[in-house]
Design a protein around this ligand. Sequence first.
Ligand SMILES: [Zn+2]
Length: 302
Amino acid sequence: MESKYESLTIFEFQKLYPDEESCYRYLSEAKWGKGFVCKRCGYDKSCKGSRKYSQQCNRCHRTESVTSGRMFHKLKFSILKAFYIVYYVSTNKKGIASTELSRKLGLQQKTCWFFKQKVMRAMQSSHNYPMEGSVEVDETVVGGQEEGVRGRKNDKKQLVVFAIEKKGKGVARVYAKTIKKASAEELGSFMKETIDKNAAIKTDAWSGYKPLRKDFTNIKQEKSQKKGRNFSKIHRVIMGFKGWLRGMHHSVDNLQAYLDEYCYRFNRAFMGKGIFGNLLQRMAKANPFPREIYKLTYPINT
Ligand SMILES: [Zn+2]
């Protein structure tokens, strides 16, 4: 996987989106390319609104902006820079910190951080494609002193459950979720979201998995061997995540979003150059979620 990570070059990106016009054109096509439907009255014919790239309903005359109801709505900076952020987040194999975005784009770090939270929202899994075949599930603790981050404000620990779909000698896909307890209820709810009920699932001997046999007929529990040798694949994925998180972020607040980002990128490594387009499309279709995001505490230096 290392060497195969191919992504859109900055030149290709700049050719696609040389200016604000081209960004708005893209958003307009994503929103109305298949036709207009008025949000107020449901009428399907419109004409150009008074503001650029807006549409006005021919019946009730309501005007709709090209960004309303989308993650690009009410930006306080140039739409072109927002596209650059999506580009950098999607094409940096390990992601990109808001400090770096701020330097590259001449925006305030805080601005970059908040917009990046939106991009990370768009990376959330739809759970439309449950894992199949050979699957492993395991939990781990993220954060806390045992991570070797002495001196940082990182003593909050969080429990995370990981699931991997194995393919040949490697791992095809990964999902992960923060949980409060490794109870059958929480483990089960994650597994039902992410794993097909006929998959061959391997877990360790933890009692929390036992009651899940009624939902997943193919669970095998195996006592973890010395150094978890019989769970080496999932452990490698978990180590990979922890290493990435350590290198990037100083805090485990908002950990789920980082798990989503990691899984999104891992699961789409095969897309190569297509990953940017995939993320942009998700951004152009997804609701803005601003309220939740603006309640997040903004950490310094991430
Ligand atoms: Zn209307």
